[in-house]
Design a binder for this molecule. Structure first.
Ligand code: ADP
Ligand code: MG
Length: 263
């Protein structure tokens, strides 16, 4: 069965599979993934630990090659990290010996662009993310939430079309996570970047997304894709609405039916 190609897709994953070769034999991490993401769409992937979420993200980021199928970003098949890509990982990967500003400017250096051209934009982004005045501090002087904010600034600095985030708020306390959910929703609303966001929080996925991709384990495959038809902009209060609760319940129930979570 083939899924029709959506003409306007910005990210297109077709029959993608990934098998890792490990010393204990092959590990099938992804099988038969079909997914289209429209330009400017916010798509979350939610699923249990080990179901292949990070593998999918690394394949879209061009950091791992698929073993079968094809991934396209823009109109080109992936062959190494594509142009116009920003990535945020769960661990913030800031360099301890560089200031916050120099960490944010790192993305520009990697792209071979001129630091001076991005200096003011870096400061504006830091300010926007509540880090104004911290530009000359070092990562070890910051809280976990501040470090993750700096990582987001770094990913946004070169104004990428596609932002990939792999459980970026997974290590944060609940209140900081709420704040960052709101900030991310706001910046996405303003800039309309295409966003692929990985989480294992169903509520976070529903709150942020246009569509939630449910993944199951062994091997990683898509179980279902749920469109989230909640009005935008969304405030945290929407989490108390019956509509929000119904989405969370529906997704949780579906995972429970498959024995992936307990109900
Ligand atoms: P998730 O992000 O959903 O927790 P991952 O994509 O990290 O899942 O992993 C999916 C599966 O692939 C797991 O079984 C994991 O052990 C395996 N895996 C991930 N990376 C590698 C690797 N580099 N070599 C071998 N196996 C791997
Ligand atoms: Mg992962």
């Amino acid at each position: 069965m083939s899924t029709p190609v959506v003409a306007e897709a910005y990210v297109s994953v077709r029959g993608a599979g990934k098998t890792y070769m490990s010393p204990r034999g092959p590990v099938s991490a992804l099988a038969d993934i079909d997914l289209d993401i429209a330009p400017g769409e916010f798509v979350s992937v939610v699923g249990p630990s080990g179901c292949g979420k990070s593998t999918l993200m690394k394949c879209v980021a061009g950091l791992e090659a698929v073993s079968s199928g094809e991934i396209r970003v823009g109109s080109a098949p992936i062959d190494g990290p594509p142009q116009g890509l920003g990535v945020v990982f769960q661990r913030d990967v800031l360099l301890d010996w560089r200031s916050v500003l120099d960490n944010v400017l790192l993305s520009i250096e990697f792209l071979g662009l001129k630091r001076a051209d991005y200096h003011d934009r870096a400061l504006a982004l830091l300010d926007r993310f509540g880090l104004g005045g911290f530009e000359h501090r070092y990562p070890w002087e910051l809280s976990g939430g501040m470090r993750q904010r700096a990582s987001i600034c770094r990913a946004l600095l070169a104004d990428p079309d596609l932002l990939l985030m792999d459980e970026p708020f997974g290590a944060l306390d609940a209140m900081t996570r709420d704040d960052l959910n709101i900030e991310l929703a706001r910046i996405w609303q303003e800039t309309r970047k295409t966003l692929l966001f990985i989480t294992h929080s169903i509520a976070e996925a529903v709150f942020l997304s246009d569509r939630v991709v449910m993944m199951g384990r062994a091997p990683g495959r898509i179980i279902d894709i749920v469109a989230i038809d909640l009005p935008r902009p969304r405030s945290l209060a929407i989490r108390e609405s019956a509509e929000f609760a119904a989405y969370v319940k529906r997704i949780r129930h579906h995972f429970a039916e498959l024995g992936i979570v307990k109900e």
